[in-house]
Ligand binder design. Structure first.
Ligand code: MLT
Length: 388
């Protein structure tokens, strides 16, 4: 039977074309094995028992109920880095738009199209839109993930003095960060130092509303804030007051909402950061690759609710995967099922992440439904799959 994949949003063809005849694109969510999604809101959906994986073609996963999925043994993937260049390029444009009044200047030209002497008038009018250069200015990058790192490196290459902070900086991202970027310990160091501040953190409980009155008060007067991550990282009321008073000179965001579009001194872009053809293709390819590797081999790469666990392609006679709670004795109880059946375990991979864990078990004979039933009966086991 074909593996059913439901797309909750349009997914680039270059990704879907990677699905071979073992897969079928279905219009129904209710019996899907896998779901590909971009921004569709999934919080209120009932997750079907058939569902094994959700792959988000993009970085942010605030539209997906991660814990509810983990509890049902549904592994959620995202595609970190796949759209990073698209977002980086728009952040650089945002820096330029904020420092030179390019938008105001273009508007002025549009308003004066019937002026036969526009070349001369422009020379007089242009002072109002002149602005300043970004070279030599201090940029703070909060969050040095796939996007933050390349924004920091590019801004540094453009001559900005760049400061970055990230308490969860990975070794990979640290190695990719330009040595010209000054690493600081926390956001407060960025707030007190920088002329421009750009936010590249995921939306989590401790980042929601982080651009609030307290944070803004510790920033320099006339600071420019860029938000290409998620709108509710900023507290709209506090931001509006700071834009009104001039404490924040400009707010550049890729997330329009009913409040922000009415605020003074904002440049609001309609979520275009990752909407380039290249980014959409990259995200679709990565999302499909990760989902296929999980469906066919049980491997987990880039999950946001289960640990990474990669056992390659199964070389044994059988492979079973288990999504389970991270509790004592569960592994030995699972191993007992195989020893009880007289089956040798050839390799066993078990990784945990917070309250959840994942096992890939390669065995010396083909997996059976009987083994699955016994494993499913163990307290704490959430989903069992036969891979081989
Ligand atoms: C992301 O989260 O990857 C970006 O905001 C782009 C998108 O939502 O597709």
């Amino acid at each position: 039977m074909a593996t059913k994949i439901n797309c909750l949003n349009p997914i680039a063809g270059v990704g879907l074309d990677m699905l071979n005849d073992n897969y079928e694109i279905t219009d129904t969510f209710e019996d899907a094995d896998g779901v590909l999604v971009r921004s569709a809101a999934m919080h209120d959906l009932d997750m079907p028992d058939s569902l094994k994986a959700i792959a988000r073609a993009g970085a942010g996963v605030n539209n997906i109920p991660l814990d509810k999925c983990a509890e049902k043994g549904i592994v959620v993937f995202n595609t970190p880095g796949a759209n990073a260049n698209g977002v980086k390029e728009l952040v650089l444009a945002g820096l330029m738009l904020a420092s030179r009044d390019i938008v105001g200047g273009i508007e002025w030209v549009k308003e004066n199209i019937s002026d036969e002497n526009i070349a001369k008038s422009a020379e007089k009018a242009k002072k109002a839109f002149a602005g300043s250069e970004i070279k030599g200015k201090k940029l703070g990058v909060i969050g040095l993930g796939a996007i933050g790192v390349i924004v920091a490196n590019a801004a540094s290459a453009l001559g900005m003095e760049v400061y970055g902070c990230d308490p969860y900086l990975s070794v990979y991202n640290a190695l990719n960060l330009s040595r010209n970027v000054h690493l600081v310990k926390n956001r407060e160091d960025i707030y007190s130092k920088c002329d421009f501040i750009t936010v590249h953190v995921p939306l989590l409980d401790d980042t929601r509303g982080m651009i609030n009155e307290e944070a803004i008060n510790s920033m320099k007067d006339g600071v420019v804030i860029l938000n290409f991550a998620r709108d509710i990282l900023a507290n709209d009321g506090d931001l509006a007051a700071a834009l009104e008073s001039g404490k924040v000179a400009k707010y550049v965001t890729d997330f329009p909402n009913a409040n922000v579009v009415k605020m003074k001194n904002t440049i609001v872009i309609p979520h275009l950061g990752a909407s380039t053809e290249e980014s959409e293709d990259n995200c679709a390819v990565m999302a499909v690759q990760q989902m296929v590797d999980f469906i066919e081999n049980g491997n987990i790469v880039n999950s946001v609710n289960y640990p990474a666990c990669n056992a390659g392609v199964c070389q044994s006679a059988g492979r079973i995967t288990i999504c389970h709670r991270n509790v004592p004795n569960l592994i030995s109880n699972c191993a007992g099922v195989f020893s009880g059946a007289g089956v040798n375990i050839e390799h066993m991979f078990d990784k945990s992440r917070g309250d959840y864990a994942y096992s890939i078990i390669d065995i010396a004979s083909p997996s059976t439904d009987e083994m699955v039933k016994k494993l499913e009966a163990i307290d704490g086991v959430l989903k069992v799959r036969i891979i081989k």
